[in-house]
Design a protein around this ligand. Structure first.
Ligand code: LMR
Length: 317
């Protein structure tokens, strides 16, 4: 079977971590594009040189030429600016909308059949810009954040219940911003929903509410600690889970910023919902039932995403 080709747009902290994970998981060969091609080339060579130790054969190359991404099966986009302490993700729209529009042109020209995973913030609006400017089918363009937010939620719940993260499932839906919606009713330990675990005395509503708040502020917590940039290990791991599900047609159910065309009563925008990712890209959208309170929180989050899409439209048309 031919080796897969994965293009990484942006060779910063997330780009380097992505390349390393691709090697370790034997997902394929890597082309890392950056406006600083030397950085991309240096990281690619450095990571490839870990292959003999770790036992992987991925070819890795750095480039500043979009032509080198041609024929990629998957493109993961991290290009743009990260936020700094005191900023919200939304503050990045003015800087990053133009960056994503340029990247979209490169993808449209050189690998229009790729599955594209966007990580750049403000996430849901940047996925929208990517799809609109690349013209790729909406089901082949997704945003990474739901997996990341849900992973944070799973970790905090696992700590609270003193169980393995492997046995905790959790869903965070809505936009990847301050209004995201961690859903406790759809979060479980080995299939037992969190509200039932509270009834069993495993935790209290107050503690779970604090975990929900911590999850919603999870990115900001890391930004504050790092002081110069934002999270990269967990975002990279999350994007790789999506890429792997696509490349291996695993059909995993993952929360992703996906194109809604009527589902959840929303039409024509990207926002975080549970989806099935397989060889067709986003193959299905799961429409879970909301309580009135959950529905109100989801709609509020969608309204916040819409504002950022409107701002992006003004910036890049
Ligand atoms: C995250 O959630 O870690 C990312 O969206 C980066 C950020 O600015 O919070």
């Amino acid at each position: 079977m031919a080796r897969k080709k994965i293009a990484l747009i942006g060779a910063g902290n997330i780009g380097g971590t992505l390349a390393h994970l691709i090697g370790l998981k034997d997902l394929g060969d890597v082309v890392m594009f950056d406006v600083f091609p030397g950085v991309a080339a240096g990281k690619a060579l450095d990571i490839m040189q870990s292959g003999p130790v770790d036992g992987f054969d991925s070819e890795m190359k750095g480039t500043g030429d979009y032509a080198d991404i041609s024929g990629s099966d998957v493109v993961i986009v991290t290009a743009g600016f990260p936020r700094m302490p005191g900023m919200s993700r939304d503050d990045l729209v003015a800087k990053n909308a133009g960056v994503i529009a340029t990247v979209a042109e490169g993808i449209k020209t050189h690998c229009p059949d790729a599955f594209v995973i966007v990580i750049t913030n403000p996430l849901d609006a940047m996925v929208w810009v990517m799809q609109q400017k690349s013209g790729l089918p909406p089901e082949k363009v997704v945003g990474m954040a739901g997996v990341l937010d849900s992973s944070r939620f799973r970790l905090f719940l696992a700590h609270e219940f003193n169980v393995s993260v492997e046995d905790v499932t959790a869903f965070v839906l809505g936009g990847h911003g301050d209004t995201m919606v961690p859903l406790t009713r759809y979060s479980t330990v080995a299939g037992v929903p969190v509200p039932d675990l509270i009834k069993m005395g495993w935790s209290t509503q107050e503690k779970i509410d604090a975990i929900v708040t911590r999850t919603a502020n999870g990115g900001g917590e890391i930004v504050k600690l790092l002081e110069k940039g934002s999270a990269f290990y967990a975002p990279a791991a999350s994007a790789i889970a999506m890429a792997e599900s696509y490349l291996k047609d695993k059909k995993r159910v993952l929360p992703a910023a996906a194109w809604l065309s009527g589902q959840y009563g929303i039409d024509g925008m990207y926002v975080g919902v549970p989806v099935v990712i397989g060889a067709g890209g986003v193959e299905r959208i799961l429409e879970v039932e909301f309580t009135p309170a959950e529905d109100a929180a989801f709609k509020k989050s969608c309204a916040a995403v819409q504002e950022l899409i409107d701002a992006s439209k003004k910036l890049v048309g």
